[in-house]
Ligand binder design. Structure first.
Ligand code: HEM
Length: 247
């Protein structure tokens, strides 16, 4: 989620139909559905479920306190720790390797955000993953170790999401809890090394389209992507139980 300046209006462009996004790859092989299109459209319903969860709604509606945002950010820490601790080992992998790009890494930004959200206190030993977060991170670790295609499904679900809709969360966080624009507290949503998010997303989709996978394997990756969305929704559900405004 990062298109540096996605406006709230951009919500209406969420991947809710089969049409190509404005930053879609310019060419798809004639007669075939590009994999980037397939994975996007196949996970449309799961995206909607994640996006419309009570917790996200309350967060984006500015109805929750900063403690809820902090707890959410802590969960992201565990997810990105799983994604990024595996990245180095996957760098040479023919399937996952091309996706390992340091410009995407979020852990350093999350560390700064959490330092800020915990007022500089040592949070590392204190923060705990929710059960759903633990399951999510465990799934990523399992795939990083045994199925690079599955790892790509999770990579796509997180990073392309962060590069797409994250600005909406960032804007709300800045307004609601008074973080400095693109500063401590919301650095997770700021991709300093990606100057042109639309071009980056286009190149990312080209990588998806170039994956050396047969149709059956692509279908498995799509299924794993749906599972990745469901794992996110489960985290939102548990966060919603802890911060039950909409209940
Ligand atoms: C309230 C929360 C959310 C909002 C407002 C939101 C919004 C958006 C928007 C505006 C796009 C751009 C669509 C386009 O390029 O045309 C997008 C794409 C995307 N979002 Fe979200 N999103 C949210 C939550 C999530 C979550 C929780 C995930 C998964 C963890 C996610 C994953 C994705 C992915 C993977 C894409 C890229 C689709 C593609 O172009 O292939 N989003 N989102």
């Amino acid at each position: 989620m990062a298109a540096s300046d996605v406006t709230p209006d951009a919500r209406s462009h969420a991947p809710s139909d089969a049409t190509a996004p404005s930053d879609a790859p310019r060419e798809a092989p004639a007669g075939a559905t590009a994999f980037s299109t397939l994975i996007r459209t196949a996970s449309r319903q799961q995206h909607e479920e994640a996006e419309t969860s009570a917790f996200m709604g309350d967060l984006l509606g500015g109805r929750l306190g900063v403690a809820a945002y902090r707890r959410y950010t802590e969960q992201l820490w565990f997810v990105y720790e799983a994604l990024e601790s595996a990245a180095e080992d996957l760098r040479a992998d023919p399937v996952a390797g091309p996706f390992v790009q340091p410009g995407l890494f979020r852990l350093a930004a999350l560390r700064r955000d959490l330092d800020h959200l915990h007022d500089g206190a040592d949070w590392r030993a204190r923060v705990r993953p929710l059960p759903a977060t633990e399951a999510y991170a465990a799934r990523i670790a399992e795939l990083a170790d045994g199925w690079p295609g599955g790892y790509v499904a999770h990579h796509y679900t997180r990073y392309l999401g962060d590069l797409s809709g994250g600005q909406i969360i960032r804007g709300t966080a800045e307004r609601t809890w008074g973080f400095a624009r693109k500063g401590d507290g919301v650095r997770f949503y700021v991709f300093e090394d990606i100057g042109n998010p639309a071009a980056f997303k286009r190149a990312y989709r080209e990588l998806l389209d170039a994956l050396p996978l047969d149709d059956l394997e692509k279908q498995r990756v799509v299924e794993e992507c749906k599972r990745a969305f469901a794992l996110n929704t489960a985290v939102f559900r548990e966060l919603g139980e802890e911060f039950p405004l909409s209940a």
